[in-house]
Design a protein around this ligand. Sequence first.
Ligand SMILES: Cc1cc2nc3c(=O)[nH]c(=O)nc-3n(C[C@H](O)[C@H](O)[C@H](O)COP(=O)(O)OP(=O)(O)OC[C@H]3O[C@@H](n4cnc5c(N)ncnc54)[C@H](O)[C@@H]3O)c2cc1C
Length: 310
Amino acid sequence: MTILLLAEHDNIALSELTARALTAASQMGDAVDILVAGQGAQGVAATAAQLAGVRRVLLAEAPALEQRLAEPTAALLVALAADYAAIVAPATSTGKNVLPRVAALLDVMQVSEIVEVVAPDTFKRPIYAGNAVQTVRSGDAVKVVTVRTAAFAPTASGETAVEIVTVTDAGDPGLSRFVENRFAATDRPDLGAARIVVSGGRALGSAEKFRETILPLADRMGAAVGASRAAVDAGYAPNDWQVGQTGKVVAPDLYIACGISGAIQHLAGMKDARIIVAINKDADAPIFQVADYGLVGDLFELVPELARQL
Ligand SMILES: Cc1cc2nc3c(=O)[nH]c(=O)nc-3n(C[C@H](O)[C@H](O)[C@H](O)COP(=O)(O)OP(=O)(O)OC[C@H]3O[C@@H](n4cnc5c(N)ncnc54)[C@H](O)[C@@H]3O)c2cc1C
């Protein structure tokens, strides 16, 4: 059984999330092809070709694929689908945009955000904000699967590169068009892929206090910055820093939660972190139930002290 994995990239670099999804895809069949859909993405294909265990890389380049809009990318995947037992993508904005369309066009169900491959047709996935894990078996001829990348270690690069095959795009239905990308300029690591995350909650009280208190510790540790939804809703932190059920799901080596109570919707986004440190003045805060280390006290004293000690 051969699996087709849609690569996550920006036409320049292959995202590490592809190597993580590859680990899942490799457990679903005996061979995995990676599809690099883009424009000017030969370098990305070359990197993908070095990932261990890949059979070959398919490179499709066209102006319509440059931003991997859902319609032309889905059309391409559907055109290739007959040769594959499963179509897999990381559960990123692109994967979550493209794969439901692929599933609908193939008239199969999508299995979303898997965290474990039990068998090639059976998967585990979290439900109820991560409070329960559902085991799903798909009877569809072609499985369409998105992967929660935090649950899988990245596949390493191999010694040699496999063949890169050029495939033609499947045209552009012209149903949507790309307008612009707006990126917040930052030197910090990407929240989704960072090894360390320092997060702040409602307790910070203002955007200024959030910056003054959380950022020095994060900078000291080379960490990404996260926030609870309460902090984001109050305007203390930008939207794309939100961790949780309706924000980003992260699984860093170290997650430091400062002034965050530990509501289930927040835990849904960070409880897979390897080590969780909680700083909270309320010893009964639920965050301490998932924390490996807890500091009970005022974060406005403890966080700067921690940054100084480092
Ligand atoms: C459908 C839905 C989706 C949601 N999605 C998300 C999500 O994605 N992410 C998310 O985070 N939330 C989400 N929420 C909101 C969630 O339920 C909580 O309201 C939110 O996480 C609370 O944020 P908080 O911990 O910062 O604030 P609070 O719950 O108000 O906690 C603040 C904590 O700070 C402590 N504290 C106060 N002052 C200090 C101090 N000086 N020093 C140390 N500690 C102090 C307090 O003891 C308290 O524990 C969602 C809710 C719903 C209904």
